[in-house]
Design a protein. Sequence first.
Length: 574
Amino acid sequence: MTDPQLVLAERVQQALGTAFGPEYATEDPLIRPSQFADYQANVALSLAKRLRRAPREVAQALLEALDTTDITAEISGPGFLNLTLGDDWIAGQAVRQLRDERLGVPRSAEPKTVVIDYSAPNAAKEMHVGHLRTTIVGDTLARTHEHVGNRVIRQNHLGDWGTPFGMLIEHLLDIGEEEALRRLAAGDGNAYYQEARLKFDTDPAFEERSRRRVPLLQGGDPETLRLWHEFIEYTKRYFNHVYTLLGVTLTDDDIAGESMYNPMLADVCEELTHAGVAEVSEGALCVFPPGFTGRDDMPLPLIIRKSDGGYGYATTDLAAIRYRIRDLKADRILYVVGATQSLHFQMVFESARVAGWLHDDVHAEHVQIGSVLGSDGKMFKTRSGKSIKLTELLEEGVVRAEAVIADRGYDPAVRRQIARQVGMGAVKYADLSVSHDSEYVFDFDRMLALTGNTGPYLQYATARIRSIFRTGSYDPADATGPIKLGHPAERALALQLLRFGSVVEAVAELSEPHRLCNYLFDLAQAFTSFYEGCPVLKAEDEEVRQSRLALSALTLRVLLQGLHLLGIEVPERM
Ligand code: ARG
């Protein structure tokens, strides 16, 4: 364990046990950064009342029981315990981290099977910035879980089934298969959908044809299925194009769309009925999960078979959760989906619990994704008010990034490559750096800024460290220390570096990528202070220079590894 905060917490807990008895050894020691020391423990203040002793007295007892190897401790103020780690300890840990290919990130002793449901665009509608965000957040969670040693199963729950396909197939026949498929692969799915919708709403004959098409699809009519397959196939090409642009790890093997569950839906209804979990209400088969009431306090139903016999989104999700638990053997299931679907997932989870599928050994969580807004504070659309085509948006990001680096004198091909990395990095970082459930305003200027908590700032920080090594003709791989800490900025940098492992663990544990972003941002800033206060190449003393090179190399590696977990590519120069 290298995280200084955790090391101190453990020490103070030991002292709590020694001073006040074992029942206190699990008390939160309330370790916080301090102005006067590295950290302070505030637990004496919170315990004083319970122990019926003055806070300073409690702090004194703690201090006496504390193992102070590598630490200095003193009482301050009303009863804070100020804690400072020894320079040798910090330097020693930093060298260990430098020599550890995992950079201090622990590998899970008991790997878990983590199913991650993310991206999940609708083939029948549009892929919008909301899907972009679930794609990006989900991908970071997948990468992080893999990195900490869990077994990750990605599930792209495509919206590829249901009644809209009746009209979409009829529209395809109307405009001609070839033309339709070309447009779908090009990402014109939105316009295509809207045209079909308009005809459906205004042309009764088309509406009639579309309705008749639905049972043909569900009943497995070969020609209808063939057309549906083509439709999905070409739409998938577009999704894959977006994933490639973004450097997202999803592949066709991860697709487990709604259609996949079609053969299981009848059985799901039967099992739930048999178990007494589902009942017929007003002609529809419903589950009434406990704890959900609507207006007038009436129990809220999760409809799993409509009165016309059709199945819906909820039925599919119940089939999916059963499959993920029984067949995929999930220990944990993350649903990285828009926050607006919160009630749906609560009801699905509760129903699965009542059905006995979601038992205590499995955790299902809705990782709620907040909306992406336009500058007008409404859901993000293009300027013309039409919904946006994602590839165009991403291309715009690349073009704008190119303008940001235009004056660097790169030849066009190199510039284009860097611009792609910077543009995509900017978009992804914007999605990841705010807490996943908060809304934020999509703003290219802010995302692409080279200062502040942005992707390009962090990319630039790595390029700057690389240029130090280039300038001095040193190879970062050779910078192995030893590390000696003299200047306060060196200490601060090293302390920050040591926290990396526990931050990565927290991202996996809590499904909160923004913690890693904040950490990397703080790290880049700590490096800037270090670089301003401590000459590296110009250090007079050879040992000092080697130590500073080692700190720089470690910072570079942690930044690169962190950005890799965020799915952000890093140009060598910027
Ligand atoms: N396709 C859905 C949508 O766009 C998201 C699906 C999320 N996953 C799930 N298991 N329901 O809203």
